[in-house]
Design a protein around this ligand. Structure first.
Ligand code: SF4
Length: 361
């Protein structure tokens, strides 16, 4: 029986951290055995944000080296870089021709990011903030920039690429005839946009060329950073997938714990303790650890040491796998090129159908 197709991409952030691993990569590794998977480096998407523009090529290679060291297998799935498959841009252009601008302004991410920009810009200036929020609504309903000054506030994100990224995202998915896209519940509006674009194209051209992809809700876990905030490189609070041994131990030692638990036999509260958040994922007896903490039967030092013992073997294994690519990123490049060939072959079939439906050929 033919396997269903799964497509997913990740922005190239360089070395990935355990938040990325538990949030997406672990699922990729599982999915590659069950589906025909296309996993890509979303390097064109990264161009919407200047901070991510930096060394995109190197970051892509480092990220894929981490994918491989964690167990993603190019013999089981297709791994490639978005910009190596030019059909993504071609299909995005075609889909852009039929996507109403109003849909893009309604995109929750676009609205949220802009509102956040206004919030920071107008901190403490309520009247201006209100005016900006009003402008946001006007934008969404009038399909246009009702206030040029508002859009000029942040030139980094007030570009077509950021507004139009759901169209590129739709192209990424529809190009491969994906049946499923692995997402968290919060990403459902994005997938819905892809489904709407597919439906609209099919309706306009009276065709069934696009399959509407379904969400594949995965049991992704959210890991906090060592300081309890969201794990993010920009906060400098990550545990990298490449950390093991003393580097890992040092990070675990710095993890935020219950500040009220000063002595080993003080009763503690594991809720909000970063070490315990990790125990929940790595320790099959985390319920016992919770009781021990609450009863004051273990100290934070011992609890952290135990966590290190739980995590380090897996991290050491990944480090050994990564050794193969250390200083030899050209091996990763070869894998990406092979993947691009496979992805191109599949994408070309879709693009030919699309061009036929649009009477371009
Ligand atoms: S004993 Fe463990 S779970 Fe409890 S506060 Fe300390 S580190 Fe956190």
């Amino acid at each position: 029986m033919e396997k269903k197709i799964v497509v997913s991409g990740m922005r190239p952030t360089g070395r990935i951290h355990l938040g990325n691993y538990w949030g997406a990569l672990k699922n990729y590794i599982k999915l590659q055995d069950e589906y025909e998977c296309y996993f890509f480096v979303a390097d064109w998407h990264a161009l919407t944000t200047a901070s991510e523009r930096a060394p995109l090529r190197e970051n892509s290679l480092l990220m894929v080296a981490d994918w491989l060291s964690a167990g993603l297998d190019p013999n089981k799935c297709t791994i490639f870089r978005q910009s190596d498959v030019r059909y993504h841009a071609e299909l995005a252009l075609m889909l852009g021709m039929i996507t109403p601008i109003s849909w893009l302004f309604r995109n929750p991410t676009f609205k949220e990011v802009l509102v956040e920009i206004y919030r920071q810009k107008y901190k403490g200036q309520e009247d201006k903030m209100k005016k900006s929020e009003g402008a946001m609504d006007a934008m969404a309903s009038s399909h246009g920039f009702s206030d040029e000054e508002n859009m000029a506030l942040n030139s980094e994100l007030s570009n077509y690429g950021f507004l139009g990224y759901p169209v590129l995202q739709a192209a990424d998915i529809l190009l491969y005839g994906a049946s499923y896209v692995p997402i968290g519940k919060d990403q459902l509006p994005h997938l819905e946009m892809t489904r709407e674009i597919a439906r609209r194209f099919n309706h306009i051209y009276k065709t069934k060329v696009f399959t509407e992809p379904q969400p594949l809700f995965t049991s992704a876990a959210v890991l906090p950073g060592i300081d309890k905030r969201k794990m993010s490189k920009s906060y400098g609070n990550t545990v990298e997938l490449s950390d093991y041994g003393s580097a890992l131990e040092a990070k675990i030692k710095k993890m935020f714990t219950d500040p009220q638990k000063l002595r080993a036999n003080d009763k503690g509260n594991p809720d909000g303790c970063v070490v315990f958040a990790f125990h929940k994922l790595y320790n099959p007896n985390s319920a016992l650890r919770e009781r021990e903490c609450r009863d004051g039967a273990i100290g934070c030092g011992a609890c952290k040491k135990h966590l290190y013992e739980l995590i380090n073997p897996e991290m050491e294994k990944m480090a050994a796998n990564r050794e193969k690519y250390s200083g030899k990123l050209e091996l990763v490049e070869e894998i990406l090129q092979e993947g691009a060939k496979k992805a191109c072959a599949r994408a070309a079939l879709t693009m030919e159908k699309v061009a036929r439906e649009a009477k371009l050929i």
